[in-house]
Design a protein around this ligand. Structure first.
Ligand code: ATP
Ligand code: MG
Length: 578
């Protein structure tokens, strides 16, 4: 491709709203342009990078036996009412009415559509297992679209759905998709980690996220330094304390704590560590109150609470709800005498003799025994894992690293097939519900994540599998007839050799061209200038590490082949691309 005939509007400055490096570089390298919040146009170079990801995804999905289809973006509300998600899904679901006043939405995901499609058509166990996938534009009206392609409102996803006759089959489909994802991210040249994620009401290890470690990631991964346990910190388990101290505290008493509102204030006021305090958080679970107790230095994990209760929606109660439900202002709520369900984190099982709110303004209780004074006997894992936490598998030290969620595999079980009555006939002729799984990859997010992981001060460093072109051929001295002729010759030779080449044939200054080449970050550069031609050579440059080498004009094709292999090797890629 000749730059002069192409469209690569590079920019010197990044847009003011670009907070992360991938967003800045995608815009500056002329790959994307913002249309409105969270909605981007993919320019030719951006589209090529995207297509590279799509191609690898397609190959690996096909290899795993999944079949591609394409589902509509506009979906009727009726299907979502059947699954119950018309009301459950928040405002990310963009709803609208068509001219007949029928409720519709733009698909944020396609469980309803695919279940609705197959329930009328899949009849027999003989048609199972079945895995279908698509690569398609999704719409989620994110509350805070940001970071360019990382969290858009309109974005491209590969979503797959598996259908099996029983749980063992669903596990096999899950494993096949897990393996396909591992191959996809490996082939794309990304560093990644599969981590345990929330498996909702289903339980077991049947949800994994594929995380790309990067400082700008919005997720935190808890990874054990000693074993291979890794989980999204939203879901990371905490270990139950090994022992309980059986010492009964003295009788509970009330103490005045004027104006003391936070755990930190209370700890300072009473001269105790925050870990001696019980924090009471009041939540609203499906409209009903629930109080959750954690140690003062810990944080409640609402996802764990939701899971324990089997609730659909769990959120913090408003100050008015706290007053109404607990008879005390926020900051002074405690479990003693509380007329609401109370859940306690298992760190509190370790001992007694706590400080907690007395359910009265400016009052706290001291020497509280949760068992004796509040009747609490059951404890569960309800807190977020944090620094200092031990690995729930081996007791080792957990490390917390930031990551970008690039993919998610999930065993759905009967959730949609039951709600939407999707059945098949088993070999005894009996009706059974389809056992389902769903599997997503954020195709457009993967491009951004790749750049977060692979860039330097000058621009993007594309790994070969995701690069829009393999080679950036830069003609420095356009005025020199010899240089121009050599560049043309090399261009033809590279194309004939099967390389994808971007040929910068513009009438621009050398500095502009070289800066643009580094900004765009194709893996190999060939620089054709009068100086090296004087030596009978052109300069080859490995963008990743700036390694430069002269390639002789006489032996160019062969020498470039060797150079290209060394570039690929530097990226950890050897052998054939597949
Ligand atoms: P997140 O937690 O980041 O909001 P999610 O868990 O809601 O993502 P899934 O429903 O699992 O996302 O969607 C599958 C994949 O789609 C994700 O793993 C991610 O790569 C991608 N994705 C989700 N939301 C967005 C978005 N707003 N912009 C770009 N990609 C997204
Ligand atoms: Mg997810």
């Amino acid at each position: 491709m000749r730059w002069s005939r192409y469209y690569i509007p590079t920019l010197k400055e990044a847009p003011a709203d670009a907070e992360v490096v991938s967003h800045r570089l995608l815009v500056r390298a002329g790959m994307i342009r913002r249309l409105t919040a969270g909605i981007y146009a993919y320019l030719p170079m951006g589209l090529r990078a995207l297509s590279k990801v799509e191609a690898v995804v397609r190959e690996e999905m096909n290899r795993a036996g999944a079949a591609e289809l394409l589902l509509p973006a506009v979906q009727p509300a009726d299907l979502w009412k059947e699954s119950g998600r018309w009301t459950q899904y928040g405002r990310e679901l963009l709803r609208f009415k068509d001219r007949h006043e029928s409720d519709c939405c733009l698909g944020p995901t396609h469980e309803e559509v695919i279940t609705g499609l197959l329930r009328g058509e899949l009849r027999s166990y003989r048609q199972l297992p079945l895995i279908l996938y698509q690569i398609q534009t999704k719409f989620r009206d994110e509350i805070r679209p940001r970071f360019g392609l990382m969290r858009g409102r309109e974005f491209i996803m590969k979503d797959a759905y598996s259908f099996d006759k029983d749980d063992a089959g669903a596990s096999a489909s899950y494993a096949a998709m897990f393996d396909a994802y591992t191959r996809i991210f490996r082939r794309l040249g990304l560093r990644f980690r599969a981590v345990e994620a929330d498996s909702g009401a289903i339980g077991g290890n049947f949800s994994h996220e594929f995380m790309i470690p990067a400082g700008t990631g919005e997720d935190v991964i808890a990874a054990c330094a000693s074993c291979d346990y890794a989980a999204n910190n939203e879901r990371a388990e905490t270990a139950r304390p090994p022992h309980r101290e059986e010492r009964e505290p003295p009788p509970m008493r009330e103490t005045a704590t004027p104006g003391v509102k936070t755990v930190a204030d209370l700890a300072e006021f009473l001269h105790i560590p925050p870990s001696g305090i019980v924090k009471t958080l009041v939540l609203e679970a499906d409209g009903k109150p629930v109080a959750v107790l954690v140690r003062g230095d810990h944080e409640v994990n609402e996802i764990k609470v939701k899971k324990l209760l089997g609730a659909d929606v769990v959120r913090q109660a408003s100050p008015e709800q706290v007053e109404a439900w607990c008879g005390a202002p926020a900051g002074f709520v405690g479990p003693v005498g509380l007329d609401a369900p109370v859940l306690a984190d298992h760190a509190l099982w370790e001992r007694e003799g706590w400080v907690c709110g007395a359910r009265a303004q400016d009052r706290h209780l001291v020497d509280v025994s949760l068992a004796r004074d509040a009747g609490i006997r059951d404890f569960a894992d309800l807190r977020a894992a944090g620094p200092g936490a031990a690995c729930p598998r081996c007791g080792g030290r957990l490390e917390f690293i930031r990551g970008i969620e690039a993919g998610h595999v999930f065993k759905l079980g009967l959730k949609y097939s039951k709600a939407m009555n999707a059945v098949f006939l088993d070999k005894n002729g009996r009706e059974q519900h389809l056992v389902m799984g769903c599997y997503g990859i954020g195709v457009s997010r993967v491009v951004a994540a790749c750049i977060e992981q692979n860039h330097d001060a000058r621009g993007i460093c594309f790994p070969p599998p995701m690069a829009p072109f393999a080679v950036h051929l830069v003609l420095l001295d356009r005025q020199s007839r010899e240089a121009a002729a050599q560049a043309e010759k090399i261009y033809a030779e590279l194309c004939a050799g099967g390389y994808e080449v971007l040929f910068d044939d513009r009438n621009e200054r050398a500095g502009v061209k070289l800066n643009d080449a580094d900004l765009i970050g194709l893996p190999a550069q060939i620089i054709v200038g009068a100086k090296s031609l004087g030596r009978g050579a052109v300069e080859a440059k490995d963008r990743r590490n700036d390694r430069r080498e002269d390639l002789s004009l006489a032996g160019f094709a062969e020498e470039f082949g060797i150079f290209w292999e060394s570039v690929r090797k530097g990226w950890g890629l050897t052998g054939s691309a597949v």
